[in-house]
Design a binder for this molecule. Structure first.
Ligand SMILES: [Zn+2]
Length: 351
């Protein structure tokens, strides 16, 4: 992915480099027209100029509504169930490593079912969740009895320093404005030797569609999935290491998208749609009262033949069968759809 050298409005948020290459023009709803700028040193791609906190809060809320509106109740239930199974798989992968978390923070939990799966494996674990969206935070509290924190991971909350032995952030770090601050804060929320688990898209594949739109049409594309960071496998690993984390598991997986050409094939069918500057305020005005997850019934969602409290091995086996990643690729190659990370807070470096 080659771009034109450009004067950037701020340094790389991963390695602090001053030079950059513009690889695409993008619109964040009708809120802001901005660019994807790639760092020639660490290959991180970020929005430049970056969003302000209020812009990103508005865009996030619009995205939350849009997604909720296009998901049927039936799809919503099967998404919950899928996340439950992923939580079970993750829980057992910790168990095999002799890791038993007691105090867990999940950042950006969605409807909270990944942690339900984790708690199925570790019934004594205390779960807290943090979300930028107050509605989702209180849903998690009412629906699961989790402790809920209304906030963003970029802003440090001193009351949680050294509190958790596991922090989870699945599909979160591509959305945050200040990645370095987020990783530092997570490190400080952890107990010494605690663990950080995340998944995030492979940035090269994720930015590829917008890159092609710029290349072929010279127009802005829509940034409707709200990703403001596009990570390079090596650069992200290095940043985590600098902030006091040691890799336990770090790999990419799911190569279907790579095989389709994302990240390497210059073909028009892979382009992002040209931007229509979708109106975020209008969407929020028209739909804010419509969306509700109040209809979800936990017992109904988890009422499956393979979910049994007295025979957890059946649940584990079925979940593994559905979600185990057979192919694990070195993240430095930037092949595959997503990065999977389990990192340990170094007991030697403190922040
Ligand atoms: Zn950089």
């Amino acid at each position: 992915m080659k771009g034109k050298p450009v004067e950037r409005t701020e340094n790389c948020r991963v390695c602090n480099e001053r030079t950059g290459e513009v690889i695409a023009e993008v619109d964040y709803w009708n809120i802001k027209t901005t660019r994807l700028v790639k760092c020639p040193k660490c290959n991180h791609i970020q929005l430049d100029p970056m969003l302000s906190d209020s812009e990103s809060a508005k865009g996030c809320y619009a995205y939350y509504l849009e997604e909720a509106l296009r998901t049927t109740p039936k799809e919503q239930m099967s998404n919950c169930l899928r996340n439950f199974r992923r939580g079970v798989v993750f829980g057992y992968s910790l168990k095999r490593k002799k890791i038993s978390p007691r105090s867990v923070l999940e950042v950006g939990p969605g409807l909270g079912y990944f942690s339900v799966g984790l708690k199925f494996v570790f019934p004594d674990a205390d779960i807290a969740v943090m979300d930028i969206n107050a509605e989702l935070a209180s849903f998690n509290e009412d629906h699961h009895n989790y402790r809920s924190i209304h906030g963003v991971p970029d802003i440090f909350m001193p009351e949680f320093k050294g509190t958790f032995d596991l922090v989870i952030a699945r599909d979160v770090i591509e959305h945050v404005n200040e990645i370095s601050a987020v990783i530092e804060n997570i490190n400080r929320y952890l107990t010494p030797g605690g663990y950080f688990h995340f998944i995030t898209p492979n940035g090269r594949e994720d930015a590829w569609r917008s890159y092609l739109t710029s290349l072929f049409t010279n127009s802005s594309s829509e940034l409707l999935i709200n990703h403001v960071n596009y990570y390079d496998g090596k650069g992200l690993g290095k940043l985590l290491f600098q902030k006091g984390f040691i890799p336990v598991d770090y790999y990419t997986y799911k190569i279907k998208t790579t095989l389709s050409g994302l990240g390497w094939k210059k073909h028009k069918r892979l382009m992002s749609p040209v931007s229509v500057r979708k109106d975020a305020d209008l969407l929020i005005r028209e739909n804010a009262m419509e969306v509700s997850c109040a209809g979800l019934v936990k017992e109904k969602i988890l009422n499956k033949w393979y979910i049994r409290d007295r025979a957890k091995w059946i649940t584990a086996a079925y979940s593994l069968y559905q979600h185990f990643n057979m192919i694990r690729i070195n993240p430095g190659l930037n092949i595959g759809h997503e990065f999977y990370g389990l990192f340990q807070k170094s007991p030697y470096i403190s922040h």
